[in-house]
Design a protein around this ligand. Structure first.
Ligand code: URA
Length: 229
């Protein structure tokens, strides 16, 4: 990879370098160089860039970039933290146990991932050993998330867990303090919810338990969508 990658954004080198895989100008390898809003015309274009992305160290250890799955024009967007092993292997978000639970939660209010939900993550490449992505990795990947939000244009965004909440809105507090509350971010309606992995570790369905709270939250989401219908 060379500085010629900067050419996509009118950068330093006069000779554009073209990616063999995408046939388009390459993306900046340095996360210090922004990817401007409006860069991509489609999720497919964005995904092609993610396939050659080296904006952070996660690019060197991923098996596959994990961009998103579900309906491309979806009323509901779910943002998770980052791919795990299953996701890295399959190149799709939330395909392991957390994903199965997430789909069950959505299905409980008749939201189908194929028709009404788009699922993605804060980072598109698996952090080794499933660690939390670093602030540098999150910053490097954030333009892709912002572009996905712009292209999908959801009515509501569900932020699963503290990493997604902080990455998008900057809120650093505990998820338990704000889950289930509507937050306005950049003119969009967002709701922080528990991460499904947290629910897998807390199986009680007693009133007030995390699973019970999730049930309240997802019903609130369904009610909000009905207001838009
Ligand atoms: N957890 C996440 O946050 N994202 C995934 O894609 C899978 C598990």
């Amino acid at each position: 990879m060379s500085d010629a990658q900067l050419n996509l954004f009118g950068g330093l080198d006069a000779t554009p370098e073209v990616s063999e895989s995408t046939g388009k100008d390459l993306i900046p390898t340095s996360a210090a160089i922004p990817i401007a809003p409006g860069t991509y015309n489609s999720i497919d274009e964005l995904a092609a860039h993610c396939g050659v992305c080296q904006r952070c160290v996660l690019g060197s250890t991923r098996l596959n970039p994990v961009v998103g799955r579900g309906a491309i024009k979806a009323p509901v967007m779910v943002v998770g933290e980052g791919p795990g092993q299953n996701e890295d292997e399959q190149g799709l978000p939330f395909v392991g146990r957390s994903g199965q639970l997430l789909e069950k939660i959505l299905a409980s209010v008749e939201l189908s991932v194929a028709k009404e939900v788009y699922i993605c993550n804060v980072v598109r490449c698996r952090p080794p050993d499933n660690r939390v992505p670093t602030p540098e990795e999150i910053a490097a990947c954030k333009p892709y998330l912002l572009e996905q939000i712009r292209l999908v244009d959801p009515k509501v965004i569900l932020l699963t867990g503290a990493t997604a909440l902080k990455a998008l809105t900057g809120y650093k507090g505990a998820i338990s303090k704000v889950r289930g509350e509507w937050i306005e971010w950049e003119g969009r309606l967002c709701m922080p919810i528990f991460h499904p992995a947290y629910l897998l570790r807390n199986s009680s369905k007693e009133e007030g338990a995390p699973k019970w709270l999730m049930w309240q939250d997802i019903q609130k989401v369904k009610a909000k969508l009905a207001e838009f219908a």
